[in-house]
Design a binder for this molecule. Structure first.
Ligand code: PEP
Ligand code: MG
Length: 764
């Protein structure tokens, strides 16, 4: 049995590498049949129309029938295993009332039957069956073995289903590929919006792996080649940057400068040159250096930094193209195109004639990839990490991209295309309307004023935030600039960055959060390795233990505000007791006194607490008394209240921001703050959702801080509703016991209030 598990592992790897699902099933049935020493092993999989189970692989039955024999869901023992969702083990199957005889499969003679369901995320996807002619009872260990096997097989089947693998489709003679139906591929949201168009696949023309390592006897010549390649790539990047200059804010354009820096003599170029001087030819030296850098990036825990590995690879390939002199440019572009690639890079966007690019899909990458950042800035819908999408097989096909939900539809139906056309047009008209709200206050129809602020950090998107009418910064995630360094930034470095934001936002208030590392955010130069990082040394716990880091940061914040009229608000993350607030205040007072002593003319900062740990909800009243403001971090608060890791896709469905427990907690915090007359805000993603914004406004949150992208829509919703109406909704919601009910109720209420335009369209 041990060796069977090894076999299974081998098969899983085989499929992961080659994607050959049908072959994997064939190997599996043969191996199982041998291991259990029986006559037949078969796998039945749910048909595409979900009306029955199709014979997908067999060793022992008539192989001609694979893909042809179908057992409906309510038929036979296979159907029964599926319906019960548990194993059925019989000595004499023919005597069971559910026994169902399929003459064409040639199973007449079999007596002993053991069937186990193949289940993925609560859904029965198929049944694994072993049978034997002679009367026999499969023993418990055999049953346990098959259950283990089926559980592992389930994710493979789910994957095959997702990619529309032929092994789980009925065989219909003469079916042309066009007749295949629509398939949906899941990825993550990269940039919001819906788009469709013809696929243009981009791929790197050069292949670093194929470069041989070779010694050269003409070092000078190789160095010359390198210099030329470097110069050409630099020129290309500058050109790309210029092409983007009119369509991108300057912070995003800075990405290209960062690119150029990676080529500097003290970075990649110097490393490559060293290798050449030691005798390696230019291409081999390039390959070695890029590999080493990539290895280092892959080890990084921080997603944002890991994504920078993609930039290094892109630069490496660009250099190789020049070293090998194999430039290839696509010359034909459809009018409406979707750019698809295994790893789409910003540079790949540049060959596309402006105005034709409708959407972007990258098989690799995440919402923090540069391409996703650029796509958001250019308002091009994008889906990242669509791992199952067979990118290289779909050139020229029509693809529909849904950047709200991170979904890609291959062979979209006429109905879906028509619907999307309408949605795109509606969005365009709506965006024009939203633009007109920019200068207007966020005020309900019955005169209740709410402040809409922005969360900033990743790309320093100052311009975009101000363009959308942000009235302040509600959360500056200071850890982001810390992450892109190889040591703690100095006080002067921090001050310059903070001041840039404060100046741009003056006279608006700016909320600077002190360093929030730990959890899923770590610094390469300050590693924290823990079994349970979200419950470990995180946020304020780290900085209170390291006053030298905390004090420098707070001093930088205070100094950065010198001479500016906007309020500086210092916000403390992960507070789980009032004692932490008091300790932090002592340090902040110390920093302020030092800065005054140095002669700076600065106002004392306001000090606020993030309510993102359940303990802080229960002590909100005391915290509100001692702090100048409270701000709920609903991302973490939801994670800690529901005990659901916010980054784990397996439990993503349990992460419900409309969970009644979370809503009640949010209301309690607001009440506590009101009782102490302390301003209360929120800076989690929830504030940027239409339902969330309405409920929070009803609860009396003064400040909603969100990603700039969501700001105009939230303003529109609030300007088009009465607070009295929102309070009525809140009262009903507070009596509900299920997240699904809250969700449905709010959807219906917003639609009835004429606010349906902001609700992202749900696919059926
Ligand atoms: C939060 O937890 O809601 C929050 C705003 O902080 P972060 O997402 O940076 O943890
Ligand atoms: Mg948080």
């Amino acid at each position: 049995m041990d060796s069977m598990l090894k076999t299974l592992r081998k098969i899983v790897q085989h499929v992961a590498v080659h994607g050959d699902f049908a072959q994997a099933l064939r190997v599996l049935v043969t191996e199982v049949k041998q291991a259990i020493e029986t006559d037949v092993c078969s796998i039945y999989l749910l048909s595409e129309d979900k009306t029955g189970y199709l014979l997908a692989a067999t060793d022992g039955l008539n192989e001609e029938q694979i893909g042809a024999v179908s057992i409906s869901l309510d038929q036979g023992l296979v159907g029964l295993v599926g319906r019960r969702a548990e194993p059925i083990n019989l000595e004499a199957a023919a005597q069971h009332p559910n026994y169902f005889y399929l003459p064409e499969s040639g199973e007449e003679a079999f007596n002993a039957f053991l069937g186990v369901p193949i289940i993925h995320q609560r859904r029965v996807l198929g049944v694994l069956v072993v049978q034997q002619t002679a009367s026999r009872r499969f023993d418990e260990s055999e049953e346990a073995f098959l259950v283990t096997l089926a559980a592992q097989l389930a994710s493979l089947v789910a994957h095959a289903e997702a990619v529309g693998d032929n092994a789980i489709r009925p065989r219909v003679d003469g079916q042309s590929p066009q007749a295949l139906s629509e398939t949906c591929f899941k990825g993550v949201a990269g940039a919001p919006g819906i788009a469709f168009g013809q696929v243009v696949v981009v791929h790197p023309v050069a292949d670093l792996d194929a470069v041989p390592e070779r010694q050269t006897d003409n070092v000078t010549q190789e160095l010359l080649l390198l210099d030329r390649a470097l110069e050409s790539v630099r020129r290309d990047i500058r050109k790309i940057s210029e092409e983007f200059a009119s369509s991108l804010p300057k912070e995003e354009l800075a990405l290209f400068d960062a690119y150029l820096h990676m080529l500097d003599e003290n970075a990649l170029a110097g490393d490559i040159r060293n290798r050449i001087q030691r005798g390696q030819w230019a291409q081999g030296a390039l390959k070695q250096v890029i590999r080493e850098h990539l290895d280092r990036f892959e080890l990084m825990e921080d997603e944002y930094l890991r994504e920078r590995g993609a930039d290094v690879k892109d630069l490496g390939l660009r250099l190789l193209v020049y070293l090998q002199d194999i430039r290839e440019k696509k010359s034909q572009f459809p009018q409406e195109m979707i750019l698809v690639g295994d790893e789409v890079t910003p540079a790949m966007l540049t060959n596309v004639p402006p105005g034709r690019l409708r959407g972007i899909v990258s098989v690799q990458g995440s919402g923090s990839s540069h391409v996703a950042i650029l796509a958001r800035a250019m308002a091009i819908p994008a889906v990242m990490g669509a791992l199952d999408l067979p990118a290289y097989e779909i050139e020229g096909e029509t693809l529909l991209v849904d950047g709200h939900y991170g979904e890609v539809f291959r062979r979209p139906s006429q109905r879906r295309l028509a619907e999307s056309r309408e949605l795109i047009e509606q969005a365009r008209v709506f965006d024009e309307e939203l633009d007109e709200l920019k200068e207007l206050p966020c005020i309900t129809q019955d005169g209740w004023r709410v402040q809409l602020w922005v969360n900033i950090g990743l790309s320093g998107d100052i311009t975009r935030s101000l363009d959308r009418g942000a009235e302040g910064i509600g959360l500056f995630r200071t850890e982001i600039p810390f992450m892109s360094q190889d040591r703690f930034p100095t006080e002067a470095e921090q001050m310059a960055l903070y001041r840039e934001h404060m100046t741009a936002f003056e006279p608006r208030p700016v909320t600077m959060r002190t360093l929030d590392i730990g959890g899923d955010k770590s610094l390469s130069y300050f590693p924290i390795t823990e079994e349970n990082p979200f419950l470990g040394w995180r946020g304020i716990r780290v900085t209170l233990d390291h006053p030298e880091i905390f004090l420098v940061q707070v001093r930088a914040m205070i100094k950065a505000n010198e001479g500016l009229s906007g309020d500086l608000r210092i916000m403390l993350p992960m507070i789980s007791s009032p004692a932490e607030l008091l300790s932090a205040k002592v340090l902040i007072d110390q920093a302020y006194a030092e800065v005054l002593e140095e002669g700076a003319d600065v106002k004392p900062p306001q000090v606020g607490v993030m309510v993102e740990v359940p303990a802080a909800v229960y002590q909100a009243r005391l915290l509100a008394k001692q702090a100048d403001f409270l701000a709920v971090g609903s991302n973490d608060l939801t994670q800690y209240m529901l005990a659901v890791d916010r980054n784990n896709p397996r439990v993503a469905e349990l992460y419900q921001d409309l969970h009644p427990a979370v809503i009640t907690a949010l209301r309690e915090v607001a009440r506590a703050a009101h009782a102490e007359e302390t301003p209360i805000g929120i800076c989690g993603e929830f504030a940027g959702t239409p339902a969330g914004a309405v409920l929070l406004m009803a609860m009396g949150y003064h400040v909603l801080s969100m990603n700039a992208t969501h700001l105009p829509k939230v303003k529109w919703v609030i300007r088009n509703i009465k607070r009295s109406n929102a309070r009525r909704m809140l009262a009903k919601v507070l009596r509900m016991g299920y997240a699904a009910d809250v969700n449905q109720f709010m959807h219906q209420q917003l639609t009835e209030a004429g606010l349906g335009r902001v609700l992202p369209h749900h696919h059926d």
